[in-house]
Design a protein around this ligand. Sequence first.
Ligand code: IUR
Length: 456
Amino acid sequence: MAAQASLPALIRKKRDGEQLEDEEIQSFVRGVTEGTVQQGQIGAMLMAIRLRGMDAVETLALTRAMVASGRVLAWPPAWGGLVVDKHSTGGVGDKVSLALAPALAACGCKVPMISGRGLGHTGGTLDKLEAIPGFCVSQSPEQMQSILEQVGCCIVGQSKELVPADRELYSLRDVTATVDSLPLITASILSKKAAEQLSALVLDVKFGSAALCPTQESAQELAHSLVVVGEQLGIRTAAVLSRMDEPLGRCVGSSLEVLEALECLEGGGPPDLRELVTALGGLLLWQCGLAPAEEQGRQQLARVLDDGSALRTFEAMLGAQGVPPNIAHRLCAGSPPERRQVLGQAGTREELPALRGGWVQRVQALPLAHVLHELGAGRARAGDPVNPRVGAELLVAVGQRLRAGEPWLRVHHEGALCAAARRALQAALCLAPGPPRAPPPRLAATILPAGAPRPR
Ligand code: IUR
């Protein structure tokens, strides 16, 4: 084996567009984890990777090196093939995980879902769950295993022991303008999933004005990279490309999203939410062999949503993660007013009237999310608190006729809405002079590994 190059030589090699060897990537990541590489050197390497890219072999090596930087979870052999998870690249109103994890567990999967917090305009699953009194997102690997044994699913925060290299690299990407690098995103997402020791993974790669990927083409490129590297890690990986120009469902904001997820868990809720939950879950059931094809997987998912077993599993998960049984029961079995009482409500609920008449063409997610963020629903910096009660409910659907003065949005906030917020919200509502054409479907495409049989 050739002598190991010095770190400046490695940075120069990538800067000049050459391919890094496996050992070189391992040595860089080891240095990052052990703190022997200077921050400036990490930043320079990240920028070299951002500008020169990495091929699939290098990206796989980077992912493996990042996995090796920390602890890897282990599961009982009897769960072989059944341990699954979903990852979303983030959207507005995306409460899919809250319904999908218990629905998959109700179908027989084991779902050790490790989720994140919201940052910027997108909400985080952990923040949503923390709107529920008592819910505890910090669970050790041993506690996770015990919850999976009893319930089948848990939704937890990332332990410090898992992929420490990602924490270091991600925080530096944020301040070195290197977040939007395909190999760095791929390695960051998949290293955490590989450390969970998954059998199968489905990725919801969103595209559009409120998504990480602005276009379907860029989402397709990211999905392809994730699927190729995921498969090489030994995880059955598939991706769905979904539109994120409008909020998913009708509610945005932690408490409101929990309420909407509960509707989905009892077989109702907005059709786009149910479609995404059943599509992602159907793919996973097929991938892990619990359904003969994707379509049957979707039907199984729909069944557990409709027959109450997914909701019972959600209630059991809440109990196992610290929610007092009476609260979990009132939330899951209670009427909508009782549920709102359990979660609490913001001091002010205000309906915005349409400023003119027309047909609803679209409600833009990004300006809506920005205003809610300002009102306290989101955080500007990691660690800032969020107000779970701040949010908004859409009162109209695309294609609906709206007359001037009719309410179209209910905003939940504390205090007063300033004129600029009001203007921004009103600008989010796009009206057409006549009935608009049906919007394109939320799900644009499914990306499967090369050689995988197409689901029937
Ligand atoms: N989520 C991750 O886990 N990693 C990333 O790099 C991005 C989102 I962007």
